[in-house]
Design a binder for this molecule. Sequence first.
Ligand code: SAM
Length: 247
Amino acid sequence: MNSSILRGARPYSLKNTGPAGRSGPVEVLRMACCTGYCAAEVQFNHKMAERDLRRYRRRGADATTRLMLAELRRWPLEGRRLLDVGGGIGVISKELASTGVASTTIVEASPAYLEVARREAGSQYGSRPTQFILGDFAVIADTLPDADVVTLDRVVCCYPDAETLLREAAARARQLLAFTYPRDRWYVRIVFALQNFWLRLTGKSFRTFIHPSERMGAVLEAAGLVRCARRETLVWILDLYCRGHAV
Ligand SMILES: C[S@@+](CC[C@H](N)C(=O)[O-])C[C@H]1O[C@@H](n2cnc3c(N)ncnc32)[C@H](O)[C@@H]1O
């Protein structure tokens, strides 16, 4: 791993005891504060992480996440390495653990979310390698190993430079890249504008973004990926990109 990027990182191992009593190494890499994406660190705080966890336990995965999971489960995932960018509380990794995924890496800008992800998803992987990496993926991506499957569920809408994020994600994706993002529709724009107005009013630096789907697609295609599935809801789009013959 490129030590210049992870300078200040404190790798440490935590005992990972799963529900079935399995245990294995869970690696967490911490970076010095604000070498990451600070607006997200502040926005996705401990209170929100615990709220999201309660909601997940009550209702299961959110609708966009379910779309992504359903599409990914159509592919043979056994033995594949998963990289979940902006993994939040770890729902994708947790839900895909039973498919036989060989390893999982979650990269998260928020320490609070990453900690919940470690608790929730880490225990599902037993002795399979699990990594939880704190930082801005767009900055640290080239320090990470490739993965067969890369996911970004509702992440590009939290980041100003979606093109860099996707370019870096595509560079790591050997087979599949799935991402969800808001549709560019007038009613979605109104909701996002109101959200951003509220964030500004409350003095937060975090903002949400609706990035043009064509530009994001062009970045992925330039990286050699081909769109192999699209699913839509009223508000969200899931795009699945494959590399060549994929899995
Ligand atoms: C709306 S949440 C979605 C979380 C999860 N993927 C889900 O769908 O439940 C967006 C997450 O992406 C993370 N994030 C945004 N930009 C990021 C970046 N550049 N690098 C790493 N994580 C990022 C945020 O910290 C936040 O946890």
